[in-house]
Design a protein around this ligand. Structure first.
Ligand code: C5P
Length: 219
């Protein structure tokens, strides 16, 4: 059993637009933990490459960009564009870039009182000893519909077929890469939110986490 002073780490993985980010933020608030959206770290590397006009397969430039990432300065709004997301999934295939970012992510997780990290490889690679691992997914069609709604709600314009194609392309790249492919850890709890709203997903997740915390405290 872990000591009471050990950080509580909750690992949340899943594909693009699965709702894991919203869930991770709410869980961090609920349990008084810090939160890191690790996708933003890959996005920040991609943004630097794009800003300086560097080819996205330039490994040494991407490594330099990765070393310069400051987790305290990640600007979600600036990093949330479609172009940066697509570029991030290309940068994320480079093992040496991943190693640099994973080291920073692990250091973040290990500070007390602990943290909720969300991404693609948290339960499998970044925090394999996390107290709780959730794998949040939904069908590609449901994820595309949710993403479309978000864009329309913000007053933007978007095309369902293009969003679906984008999600499927990103899934294939994230699940098919050699280093740290997206997959559920063997001990992850699967949360398929295709037919669940965020409130139900949140309640389901808190029941799983409360159980794990009770087990950790030996009750
Ligand atoms: O989650 P988000 O869409 O912001 O992630 C952008 C890209 O960063 C993903 O498509 C994936 O390729 C990469 N990523 C990753 N490992 C993580 C988080 C994100 O490879 N832990």
């Amino acid at each position: 059993m872990s000591s009471a002073a050990a950080p509580l780490v909750i690992a949340i993985d899943g594909p693009a637009a699965s709702g894991k980010g919203t869930l991770a933020r709410r869980l961090a608030a609920r349990y008084g933990l810090r939160h890191l959206d690790t996708g933003l770290t890959y996005r920040a590397v991609a943004q630097r490459m794009l800003t300086y006009g560097l080819p996205l397969d330039n490994v040494s430039a991407a490594e330099t960009a990765a070393r310069q990432i400051d987790l305290a300065q990640l600007d979600r709004d600036a990093l949330s564009t479609h172009v940066i997301g697509e570029a991030a999934s290309k940068v994320a295939v480079m093992a040496s870039v991943r190693a640099i970012l994973v080291e920073a992510q692990r250091a973040f997780a290990q500070r007390l009182p602990g943290a909720v990290l969300d991404g693609r490889d948290i339960g499998t690679v970044v925090c394999p000893d996390a107290a709780v691992k959730l794998y949040v997914t939904a069908s590609a069609a449901v994820r595309a519909t949710r993403r479309l709604r978000e864009i329309l709600d913000r007053g933007g314009a978007a095309d369902y077929a293009a969003i679906l194609a984008d999600i499927e392309r990103r899934d294939a790249r994230d699940m098919g890469r050699a280093d740290s492919p997206l997959r559920p850890a063997d001990d992850a709890h699967l949360l398929d939110t295709s037919e669940m709203d965020i409130e139900t997903a949140f309640q389901t997740a808190t029941a799983i986490i409360d159980d794990a915390i009770a087990g950790r405290n030996g009750s």
